[in-house]
Ligand binder design. Structure first.
Ligand code: CO
Length: 196
């Protein structure tokens, strides 16, 4: 890096101006910055098991508030992934201890979308669908936060995106559910309520 840009690290010390807040699963097989070709300083990151945005999670909300209001990021990317162990554990009702409580949020989604999920016969496909549903619901949760709602009301240009990653081929897919205003959020919420 120094060979290409001798002052790169000196400039990093001065501060950060990322345009993206990235929220993804803690899974070690996902290495976001390097695999989408971003340099240090270009992406603010929050990760947790199953990439959940829980309304009362002060950790996630604090990251989001700082990213939006102080760093003035323009994009929030929720990135789920196929084969998510957290999503699978929730689906299988596996018992791993404390984390089962965290994954209860995914189990709520399983109940909410039971008609869609039960219509899929293949186990793998059903789990893939649940991973996708989880991304859609977390994009909605981001849009519902006071942070993003307030920013939109003030006319700030912030877009929330839903992506999904395939570990098997290293490809990120944009799910085409980006929202950048309250009306788009309402429409996405409506789609989620009537079956995805
Ligand atoms: Co995962």
């Amino acid at each position: 890096m120094k060979g290409r840009d001798p002052s790169f690290f000196e400039e990093l010390v001065e501060g950060q101006q990322p345009e993206i807040l990235w929220i993804s699963c803690s899974d070690s097989r996902i290495s976001p910055s390097s695999s989408i070709g971003l340099l240090p300083g270009e992406m603010f990151v929050h990760r947790n098991v199953a990439n959940l945005v829980v309304h009362s999670d002060m950790n996630c909300l604090s990251v989001m508030q700082f990213a939006v209001e102080v760093l003035k990021i323009r994009h929030i990317i929720i990135c789920g992934h196929y084969g998510c162990g957290g999503v699978k554990a929730a689906f299988d009702d596996s018992r791993f201890g404390l984390i089962d409580n965290w994954l209860r949020h995914v189990q709520d989604l399983i109940q909410k979308h039971s008609a869609t999920l039960n219509a899929i016969e293949d186990d793998r496909e059903r789990l893939d669908k649940l991973c996708e549903i989880n991304v859609v619901e977390q994009v909605i949760n981001v849009g519902e936060t006071t942070i993003v709602r307030t920013a939109w009301e003030a006319g700030w240009d912030i877009t929330v995106h839903g992506w999904i990653y395939t570990i098997a081929d290293g490809i990120y897919r944009d799910m085409g559910i980006s929202i950048d205003n309250a009306e788009a959020l309402r429409e996405l919420r409506q789609r989620a309520a009537t079956g995805l």
